[in-house]
Design a protein around this ligand. Structure first.
Ligand code: PMP
Length: 401
C-alpha cells in the first residue's frame, strides 16, 4: 500500500521534492502515523508550521466552529473575524497593523512591496529604484522575485531573468551590512536566525546592531520570522532576544496552527499605510477560517505557555545533543526548540542518518546534505524529546566508521 501512494506521486506528481519513503496518514500532537499504523516522533513540525502539534484540539475546535458560521467572502466586505485577528497579532508583535496573506512567500512579497513604496513615498528614493539589503544564505520563499536574491545557485538555476533591487551582504556582519547602505537603500530584510540555511545563529549583538544602524540611516528593518516566530526560539519572536523590534515583521507557518496556510505582514502604521485600496491584496488572505484558526493559535501559544516551554525544553535538547560524543558530529547549535547538528560528510551521510532515524521511528530531514535539524512541536514532552535524541545517537553509533 505504501508503495502505491509513492508510485502514484512519482507518476502523476511533480518531482520538486525528495521525500523520505514514508506515507503519513494521521497525526496527533508530536506524533505522526504512517498508513501501516507505525508511529513516528515528529522532529520537523512541517518546517515549524506544526509548532502546536498535530490536530491541536483547540485549533481543530476553532476551525470547526468557524466552518459552521462563515466561509469565504473575499476582502470586498468586512467580516467579524479579520479585525479581531489584526488586533491580536498587532498586540502580540508590538506593531501597529497587520495584513494577512496565505503563504510565507506572499507575506515576503508584501513586505518587499511595502518597503519599496515606502522608499519612494517617504525616503525620496526615485520611483522603482529602491534597494533592499538581504543576507547571503537567506531563504524567503520560492517566487521569482524572492529566488532572484537567493545566494543558492540550485535555487536560481534557469529560473531567471530576476528582478533587480537587492543587495547581498554576508549574514551576521553588521559592519559589512552598513557599508552596503546607499542613497537608494529602503530596507534591510533579514531572518533573525537563518532556518533553511541550517539554523544559523548570528553573533550576539547582531540584531540590536541592525536596529541601531537602520535608525541611524533612516531605513526600514524588516525581519522574516516565518520560521523563527511563534515560540520556536524560546521567545515569541526571535527579535526579542535582543530587543530589536523591527519596522515590519513577516510571519507565516505556525500562524496557521498547522491546519491552514496563513501568513501576515505586521508593520508600524507609517509603513502599512503605503498600501491604499487597489495596491495589494489576495482573494484568500484574511479569510474567516484562516483568521479564526490563527487567532486561536495565538491564544494557545500564550495560554499553554508554549514559549516558556520552548525555552526550557530547548535547553534540554541542546544539552542532550551536545552530550553526544561522536566523531561525525562537527557542530551543534540552536535556540529554543530549534537545533541544527552538522555532520562530517566523510563520516556520516545526513540523508542516510535521516532514513535510519525514520526506520527507528523519528522523522526529520537533512539540510544541505550535512545538517540534521531538530524542530519538534512545542507541545512535545521532555521524555519524547530525549527519546528522539537517543535514537539519533544510536543511529550515529550504528554507522560503520
Ligand atoms: N521565509 C522563511 C524564513 C521560511 O523559512 C520560509 C519557508 N521555509 C518562507 C519564508 C516561505 O514560506 P512559504 O513556503 O509558506 O511560502
Amino acid at each position: 500500500m505504501r508503495h502505491d501512494f509513492i508510485d502514484q506521486e512519482e507518476r502523476f506528481g511533480a518531482h520538486n521534492y525528495a521525500p523520505l519513503p514514508v506515507v503519513l496518514s494521521h497525526g496527533q500532537g508530536a506524533f505522526l502515523f504512517d498508513c501501516d499504523g507505525r508511529r513516528y516522533l515528529d522532529m520537523m513540525s512541517a518546517y515549524s508550521a506544526a509548532s502546536f502539534g498535530h490536530l491541536h484540539p483547540r485549533l481543530v475546535g476553532a476551525l470547526k466552529r468557524q466552518l459552521e458560521r462563515l466561509d469565504l467572502v473575499s476582502r470586498a466586505y468586512h467580516t467579524d473575524t479579520l479585525g479581531p485577528f489584526c488586533e491580536d497579532l498587532a498586540r502580540l508583535t508590538g506593531l501597529d497593523a497587520c495584513l494577512p496573506m496565505n503563504t510565507g512567500a506572499e507575506a515576503v512579497e508584501t513586505a518587499i512591496k511595502a518597503a519599496r513604496r515606502y522608499g519612494y513615498d517617504r525616503l525620496s528614493i526615485p520611483e522603482d529604484q529602491a534597494e533592499i539589503i538581504v543576507a547571503a544564505g537567506n531563504f524567503h520563499g520560492r517566487t521569482t522575485t524572492i529566488i532572484g536574491f537567493s545566494s543558492d545557485a540550485a535555487t536560481r538555476r534557469g529560473f531567471g531573468p530576476f528582478a533587480p533591487g537587492f543587495v547581498l551582504v554576508p549574514f551576521g556582519d553588521a559592519g559589512a551590512l552598513e557599508a552596503a547602505v546607499g542613497p537608494r537603500t529602503a530596507a534591510v530584510l533579514i531572518e533573525p536566525i537563518q532556518g533553511e540555511a541550517g539554523i544559523i545563529l548570528p553573533p550576539p549583538g547582531y540584531l540590536a546592531a541592525l536596529r541601531r544602524l537602520c535608525d541611524r540611516h533612516g531605513i526600514l528593518l524588516i525581519f522574516d520570522e516565518v520560521q523563527s516566530g511563534f515560540g520556536r526560539t524560546g521567545r515569541t519572536f526571535a527579535f526579542e532576544h535582543e530587543g530589536a523590534k523591527p519596522d515590519g515583521l513577516i510571519l507565516g507557518k505556525a500562524l496557521g496552527g498547522g491546519l491552514l496556510p496563513v501568513s501576515a505582514f505586521a508593520a508600524k502604521r507609517s509603513l502599512m499605510d503605503v498600501f491604499d485600496p487597489g495596491s495589494h491584496g489576495s482573494t484568500f488572505g484574511g479569510n474567516p477560517l484562516a483568521m479564526a484558526v490563527a487567532r486561536e493559535a495565538m491564544h494557545v501559544l500564550q495560554e499553554e505557555h508554549l514559549v516558556e516551554r520552548s525555552e526550557k525544553l530547548g535547553g534540554v535538547l541542546l544539552d542532550a545533543l551536545r552530550a553526544i560524543d561522536h566523531p561525525a558530529v562537527l557542530a551543534v547549535r540552536g535556540k529554543g526548540l530549534w537545533a541544527g547538528v552538522d555532520l562530517d560528510p566523510a563520516l556520516a551521510d545526513a540523508k542516510k542518518v535521516c532514513l535510519k532515524m525514520m526506520e527507528r521511528g523519528v522523522l526529520t530531514k537533512e539540510t544541505h546534505a550535512t545538517t540534521i535539524r531538530f524542530a519538534p512541536p512545542l507541545v512535545i514532552t521532555e521524555a519524547d524529546l530525549l527519546e528522539a535524541v537517543g535514537i539519533f545517537r544510536a543511529v550515529l553509533e550504528s554507522l560503520s566508521l
